[in-house]
Design a protein around this ligand. Sequence first.
Ligand code: 4AD
Ligand code: MG
Length: 474
Amino acid sequence: MRKIYIKEILESTSVGSDVVVRGWVRTKRNSKNVTFINVSDGTTIHTIQAVVEAETISDDLLAKINTGACLEIQGQLIASQGTQKVEVAVKNIIILGEADAEKYPIQPKKHSFEFLREKAHLRPRTNTFGAILRIRHALAFAIHNYFNDHGFFYLHTPIITGSDAEDAGEMFRVTTLDATNPPKTEEGKIDYSQDFFGKETNLTVSGQLEGELGAMALSKIYTFGPTFRAENSNTSRHLAEFWMIEPEVAFNDLVDNMDLAEDFLKYLINYALSHCKEDLEFLDKRFAEEEKQKPTQERSELGLLDKLKFCVENEFQRMTYTEAIEILKTAKKKFQYPVDWGTDLQSEHERYLVEKHFKKPVILTDYPEHIKAFYMKLSEDGKTVRAMDVLFPGIGEIIGGSQREENYDKLKKRAHQFGIEEESIWWYLETRQFGTCPHAGFGLGFERLVLFVTGMGNIRDVIPFPRYPKSAEF
Ligand code: 4AD
Ligand code: MG
């Protein structure tokens, strides 16, 4: 008998074949002389039905088969009248792992996402999380595909760093010093010269600065790795540990950067549409049900699949921050946070532009220099930088990027204005003295992309084991 996965069975295996299927029980249903057991092995959204005729297996064994148990099912594929074309006529079942019916928390009924977050060790066994994890994989794969096909090199930037790329000051410290009794300097400060690296180090907030070093040698690079931010924001869009993709390209300007971002996002969404069809169809139905629960004015006008198709078929709206401020100031909607030139946009403003005003993805450029990072290229006007944010419906900012300041004196001056110590980025500054060149790049938040593609409502539900304030279980 051939060992086989459910995906293969449903795609190709013919009626009459003997098979061995292994998987976890979703449901068990008794009818007169037959028991129907639905099993999933996670290779597809679909389950396969095993049909147990009376006396094929002992009553004792049958009684131990509960939702959550792991089985090895031996039998023959037969034609089915059920939801799938085939089912397994059982010859024998071996229980690989029992699951206590009273204790197993994932029962065949609707569980809330809050509840499932507390069961993150078992939630991959639900339909929704199975679909999300398969889509997440497909998108990660597509990202490498896209860059490889376009001549980019995957650069591995460090996780532990001594610099603060985003100057966000929201970093997780990495230390081996004794927390209860750290060595002190004469001034009474913690003496990091005695720490593992001989200096203060943190988990990275972005691989960009090192990414730029790569681009200024290999022309086109990208990073794809975990990043960490200790911002205490309990929102449905923020994680303390998230994955970021950061392409960086020598000789690109801001327009090239926007073109790359738009092409890249459209490729990824298209990839999901063509490679994750069944999972997306499942999530599309789920999305429609969730929307029905919302008040009419908050409902999404498009279904999930329509929303994805709409994004790939339409050009993103491009405009400057200054133009966007004008639109927001004349909007009828009352915002919680006031808008004026020079203020940072809040998610309510971004979402108004995307969801109400333009009704499509928007790329905003040329932000005031003081609200963006030190490394962004200062424009001739001296007031704005060559920055860009890509804003998506239901998400807000999905990408942040810019053309970089390639002029040594200007960059040094900006770093100084932002209070960044030269000693921590001397190597970054030095690239502007040795063969500097125009270059640009951006960062895509991987979970925000997965959030958009799956139509989920909370970023904590699109990463297997989310990290957020007061939560690092699993
Ligand atoms: O806008 P950010 O902070 O930009 C950077 O880090 C640049 N170094 C990128 C670059 O130019 N190479 O972050 C980039 C993206 C955001 O647009 C957002 O999608 C995501 O990362 N992001 C988060 N995702 C989840 N949780 C958080 N706390 C996030 N912070 C940023
Ligand atoms: Mg940003």
